[in-house]
Design a binder for this molecule. Structure first.
Ligand code: T1G
Length: 661
């Protein structure tokens, strides 16, 4: 490990975000462009100035390039997309880095993503800290690398991992990057010192230029298998298929030609609707959960109580244990509580089996779980989430009993989907500490959580709920109180529109086809059959007594249930499942036609374009109402609820984004 004194040397500013300092005849250049060192125009001009300085300074024998903070470079500055390009463009900087006559070493102090990895690959060698990640996530934004990624990576690592990395957009950790040859070394605690050593060592003297490297050999059969897997998974997304084409080009044409084709493809995709939608989702996800004017400091949480160890409660417990909290899970009987423990242990075992979790970590997490049927055992909890059956009296009774057990400053969160959290809060001794945390099942997998700001929730309660949601790696969206909050309210709006479409002549399979062609993984009626029709039927029967007899009522779902057609599990629902496979059932078509006749409805042919246009319009109308009522804070929040909770295709941006285009 080298000791290199730098304090005495002056620091040279190459731009407002790039500076350099000589250390032992090496120019150490640092990019400092918070929060993620995105390659803005200032960074690009700073790097060009640093390279010129390197060339003109005889004492400088090499350059080490690194980032300030915990990211090397988080990529090109996505906020610049769609704006006129500002010189020098990134490909110019990349070419200048590689062309340097003096060696340039990339010292990866953190994530090197997108353009950040392209910068690192244009350097002559790379050394990374153990915690760094390296990736080309451009496909997640609907584009391909635009500064040489598809042409450089296959020259540094074998084409098979290269193709997998670029087409999936998934980063690799330093250790894997070392194994596949993407970095030359992984540093201990002295990254800059080690990088300077690497710059000064003899085999760095002649710069190793990536563009001049021959592609490492690989097995073509395995490669083609990988290609087929990628194309199958792409399902209508264009970027992965373009990645396949460009990586293959890297094998067939000179570097400069491949670079030109990659750049042209990047520019075409960057200006596409799909890329605009994915950028919208990227920024909307980062804006969500931000509440204008919320200054309160979140409470420190250590112990989380979860009341109810059903599917939802156990999913929440798994996510909470994974974040490092102690969890006390409560159920009504010891048997139920023990069954909850088994279910949680089972979910952890699944993660271990799939390689997502080490056995030791699973054991450690399980050791922080207490299950009980004694409500006074919840006393130490700083936050309690109730995930019991969605019955108002039951929830109110539970919250009242918790009032007597918990500290007055403990937060109480209801996971209710359809009940009014204000009514629940009003029944407790301290309504100001009550919020909603509406998770989506399965709660240990789905990222989305609707954080419900109740009428009396204090800012501290809200800030604590948001901080907790982030800590358990969820995507929190703040919603006000209304029936169904944001997601289910939009869902019921487009469900009603789908029912109207059926009354007017469309069939379930038409609506599902239109939705699946638009990009939903499953159409609405297929989802109903998968979830089971009996749950909604039970809720409609409970509400029957108070239903407005004059309000339009779509009776087909009741008739299906009355005929014992509860969905895929029962072999028949909206569809029939002869061999487990969804098929259109003429009996359902006949039932719908008879219903229309009975109601005096005249059917007409409705094409897929009209179906999707009307469904999107229904969602957008409801979204506008949510914004007008102050239930949702911004259109992007509505979009990411639908994208992350209801299968709305991210490459369409969400209902509000789609309507705005
Ligand atoms: N450009 C602009 N802003 C960015 C940004 C980027 N590339 N990445 C993050 N931000 C903002 C983000 O909006 C948020 O802003 C703040 O930084 C913190 O982000 C030429 C064309 C790097 C792993 O796709 O994956 O390079 O809300 O909350 O959790 O071939 O940000 O604070 O105002 O996510 O610590 C490719 C995208 C670009 C990586 C850090 N790169 N970023 O995660 O912070 S295209 C990416 C991330 C490209 C080249 C192509 C993550 C991160 P605000 P954050 P984090």
């Amino acid at each position: 490990m080298a000791e290199h004194q730098a304090d005495s040397e002056p620091r040279t500013d190459f731009s407002s975000t790039v500076s350099g300092q000589m250390q032992n005849r090496v120019l150490v250049v640092t990019i400092d462009n918070p929060p993620v060192n995105a390659i803005s125009a200032e960074v690009r001009s700073g790097l060009m100035a640093a390279l010129a300085h390197l060339a003109q300074t005889p004492d400088a024998t090499a350059m080490v390039l690194t980032g300030a903070g915990r990211t090397f470079i988080g990529g090109a500055d996505i906020r610049e997309f769609g704006k006129p390009p500002v010189d020098p463009i990134l490909p110019t900087v990349i070419a200048a880095l590689e062309a340097s006559d003096k060696p340039v070493i990339a010292a990866l102090n953190g994530a090197a993503l997108g353009g950040g990895l392209e910068v690192a690959m244009a350097c002559h060698r790379r050394i990374a800290v153990r915690t760094a990640s390296l990736g080309l996530p451009e496909v997640k934004l609907g584009i391909v690398p635009g500064a040489g990624g598809t042409q450089m990576l296959p020259r540094l690592v074998c084409a098979i991992p290269a193709l997998g990395m670029i087409a999936s957009g998934k980063p690799v950790p330093s250790a894997e990057a070392l194994t596949i040859g993407l970095v030359d070394d992984v540093s201990g605690s002295e990254l800059i010192g080690d990088a300077i050593d690497m710059a000064l060592c003899p085999n760095s003297i002649s710069p190793r230029r990536t563009s001049q490297l021959a592609l490492p050999a690989f097995d073509t059969a395995t490669y083609e298998t990988e290609v087929q897997k990628i194309l199958k998974k792409a399902r209508g997304e264009r970027a992965p298929a373009e990645v396949v084409r460009l990586v293959r080009l890297a094998m067939e044409v000179p570097f400069a030609e491949g670079l030109a084709e990659e750049r042209a493809t990047f520019l075409r995709l960057r200006d596409s609707e799909e890329a605009a939608a994915l950028r919208h989702v990227f920024f909307a996800e980062r804006s969500a959960g931000k509440v204008d004017g919320l200054e309160a400091t979140p409470l420190t949480l250590a112990t989380i109580g979860i009341a109810g160890t059903g599917l939802m409660g156990c999913g929440i417990a798994v996510a909470t244990l994974a974040a490092g909290y102690d969890v006390i899970a409560l159920d009504q009987t010891v048997e139920a509580a023990e069954k909850g423990r088994d279910r949680i242990a089972g979910l952890l075992a699944q993660s271990v089996k799939s390689g997502r979790l080490a056995q030791a970590d699973a054991d450690a997490q399980l050791s922080r779980l207490t299950v009980t049927a004694t409500i006074t055992d919840m006393a130490p909890a700083d936050l309690v989430i109730e995930a019991v059956f969605d019955d108002l009296d039951g929830k109110i009774d539970l919250f009242r009993r918790l009032d007597d057990v918990l500290r007055p400053d403990a937060i109480l969160a209801t996971n209710t989907s359809y009940l009014d959290p204000d009514t629940i809060a009003a029944a407790t001794a301290f309504p100001t500490r009550v919020v909603g945390l509406h998770f989506f099942s399965p709660a240990h997998i789905m990222r989305l959580v609707e954080v419900v700001r109740c009428a009396k929730s204090t800012d501290t309660a809200l800030a604590t709920a948001l901080a907790f949601a982030r800590k358990i790696r969820k995507l929190p969206v703040v919603t006000g109180v209304c029936e169904g909050f944001i997601g289910n309210r939009i869902f019921s709006a487009y469900r009603s529109e789908a029912e109207r479409l059926i009354e007017e002549g469309a069939l379930p399979q038409d609506i599902d086809r239109a939705m699946e062609d638009y990009g939903f993984p499953m159409g609405l009626f297929a989802v109903y059959d998968m979830a089971g029709l009996e749950i909604a039927w039970a809720r409609r029967k409970r509400q029957a007594a108070t239903r407005d007899p004059l309000a339009p009522y779509f009776e087909i779902p009741d008739r299906l249930c009355e005929a014992g057609r509860f969905g895929a599990k029962s072999g028949r629902g909206w569809y029939v499942y002869p061999d487990g496979k969804r098929s259109v059932d003429p009996d359902v078509t006949a039932m719908i036609e008879a219903y229309r006749l009975e109601k005096g409805l005249t059917a007409r042919l409705i094409d897929d374009a009209e179906i999707i246009q009307r469904l999107l319009a229904a969602m957008a109308r409801e979204g506008d109402a949510l914004l007008a009522e102050g239930i949702a804070a911004r259109p992007g929040d509505i979009d990411i609820v639908l994208v992350n909770g209801y299968g709305f295709p991210a490459r369409k941006g969400g209902p509000m984004f789609a309507a705005s285009r």
